[in-house]
Design a protein around this ligand. Structure first.
Ligand SMILES: C[S@@+](CC[C@H](N)C(=O)[O-])C[C@H]1O[C@@H](n2cnc3c(N)ncnc32)[C@H](O)[C@@H]1O
Length: 206
């Protein structure tokens, strides 16, 4: 069940325009004081969609993630394209690399939103600064309270891939942001019968 959910995560994220994201990150690299940027740590690499594009453009990527399932998919993605890459499982709350190891660190797709304690988040920034060479950038994105209130309140999105249908709904009520997430996986191709695979509600207190 867990494996299937991870595999489906690939499908769910198909609509993300990773080449555009990668281009944006490349542009931000070019603005950093450190030149050239070559060795990059993806602190929450997930299934390696972004890292693999950056690698194909000549950067050297360390793919780091808490989820072994995600990293295994990332590894296969790199192997399929004959791309070199290093894959390390770990928690970004305890970054296991030596000081000044990397030219740049990235963490995309709201990954740092998993850290709810401001002190823990601050500690991650301190650790990232240590492992970066002087002038190397840390590029990350976060969902803020403003976007949860304005952008994501009363938001519904339905996405369909060959084998999945996902429904995302988000609401902002009394300072709590809820994500209602339902995943249907196709179990009969001919009759187009789907089985409800995941049904979850997640609340973030602000
Ligand atoms: C929304 S996904 C984003 C993946 C990737 N950055 C992308 O843009 O496709 C969030 C990722 O953060 C990882 N993650 C969550 N908490 C983590 C932690 N404490 N340490 C390392 N990775 C973590 C998850 O396993 C997941 O792969």
């Amino acid at each position: 069940m867990h494996g299937r959910a991870i595999a489906s995560a690939e499908g769910i994220k198909l609509k993300v325009n990773y080449p555009e994201w990668a281009q944006y990150i490349k542009t931000l690299f070019s603005l950093a004081p450190l030149k050239p940027i070559h060795l990059v740590l993806d602190l929450s690499a997930g299934t390696g969609s972004l890292s693999s594009i950056l690698t194909s453009w000549g950067y050297e990527l360390f793919c780091f993630d808490f989820s072994l399932g995600m990293l295994n998919i990332a590894k296969r993605k790199f192997e399929k394209q004959n791309l070199p890459g290093t894959f390390v499982r770990g928690d970004f709350r305890k970054i296991p690399f030596k000081e000044t190891s990397f030219d740049a660190v990235i963490s995309t797709f709201d990954s740092l939103n998993n850290v709810l304690d401001p002190n823990e988040l601050l500690d991650i920034f301190v650790q990232v600064k240590k492992i970066l060479k002087s002038g190397g950038p840390f590029i990350f994105d976060l969902n803020t309270e403003w976007s949860l209130k304005i952008e994501w309140n009363d938001f519904t999105r339905v996405e369909e891939t060959a084998n999945t249908i996902t429904i995302w709904k988000s609401r902002y009520l009394n300072s709590i942001s809820y994500l209602f997430f339902t995943l249907f996986v196709k179990i009969d191709e001919e009759k187009a019968i789907y089985k409800k695979n995941i049904n979850s509600v997640q609340g973030t207190w602000l």
